[in-house]
Design a protein around this ligand. Sequence first.
Ligand code: ATP
Ligand code: MG
Length: 473
Amino acid sequence: MDGLLGTGRRLLPDSLNLVARCKTQWQCGRFYCNVRAKKLVSQHFQSVNLREDSLASQESKPGEMTCKSQRLMLLAGLICPSSPGCYHYMPYTVRAMEKLIKVIDQEMLAIGGQKINMPALCSAKLWKASGRWKLMGKELLQLTDRHSQEYCLGPTHEEAITDLIASQGSLAYKQLPLLLYQITRKFRDEPKPCFGLLRGREFYMKDMYTFDASKEAALQTYALVCKAYCRIFNRLGLQIVKVQAATGSIGGTMSHEFQLPSDIGEDQLMMCVNCDFSANVETIHQGETHCPACKGELVKRKGIEVGHTFFLGTKYSSVFNASVHTPQNTTVPAEMGCYGLGVSRILAASIEVLSTENAIHWPNLIAPYHICLIPPKKGSKEEKGAVLLEDLYDSIVQAIPHVEEEMVLDDRTQLTIGKRLKDAKKLGYPYVIIGGKGVLDEPYQFEVQNQNTGEILFLSKEAIIDLLSKLPK
Ligand code: ATP
Ligand code: MG
């Protein structure tokens, strides 16, 4: 604590110019120091592509498979390539992902989920016991420690969680259903990592594992989690299709994928034109052209798999001895389900399906920032409008404090408004507020652009505050 306070004191003189520049209010008490600065685009650590002096290009390499979301994310400097299938997530992307995680957490907590965090380093012993050390083969990123013990970097955690549950003795029936989940990095040595965050070798997954005493109870839990997944995608405004799917190397007896229809999707879907039936083509008999449920015509669509649920039964619990104490005082292997959501894939997939060729459109709930203010160019005839825009910023913060966290000021006034607007489109702020020609009018007005709908309004300060106060918190 001492150290922190010491650092705080040392920082004070250096912050003075920032304070002066931003006309910041600040207080320095005995135990804390509260500096409120405007969020200035010039100070953000982001994209070389957004720097005026940069000719550097973050575009994908020749010959690499690419897609719209990858191109847009690279161009906006939201991600920077590190090694094949691995990216640095820049601050705007981390903000978006944290918002996405918040939505997921809310929906998981609402169905009784409890969040845990398991090591990425997984002992080979467990994977050999389940038979998946061989089955997953080269997709497992394997390593050996200094004591010659073998490990893999977890691509999923069925073995780890089932072993954890087994180590705690039998689960009491009062604890059931037990829903445990984590949101962590996963590692898969994909043969062809591609499409940016859509198919990486290192990516974020939310994985949930559920435990019940009977098959009936487990199927109810399965339906509960699937509903929560639908709510997540609904809140994001993503039109998801839930399809029957193959169980692959995870196993189990029933599985569904949550697919986002898109031409760059790597999965082939068959969807009935009459009813709700949709399936991954892998689960359909060769040559089948009609719906098994209503005999309606099946049409083909490509999809991006953003979530995958499995009813596992006792496949893992019987291997690792994860058991449940029943009300009848018997002990039975736990009936399990596992449920994956591709967190980083959802970020990229939503950009893929919502954006135009030149402008990112985020789901509103996860846009890194909601509002970007663009003051006039230095030396332009509108220059005196700069103070009006600063005043607008302060008035918004005062009237609707929660918006402060969501607002940035593009202070790169050496650049034209047009150039900064282009960058704002690249980054996908839902609202851009420009101090353009209208700042010279009597009474003065700002230009407000809704990037998602294309709507442009000319509004007074008061009208803008009114508009922004209606944004969901
Ligand atoms: P795919 O068929 O796309 O390889 P999978 O069936 O192997 O996916 P699961 O094992 O079910 O995927 O993993 C759960 C979720 O994790 C998937 O639905 C997907 O959204 C995400 N995911 C899987 N592999 C990747 C990857 N390489 N990069 C990013 N996200 C991934
Ligand atoms: Mg896979």
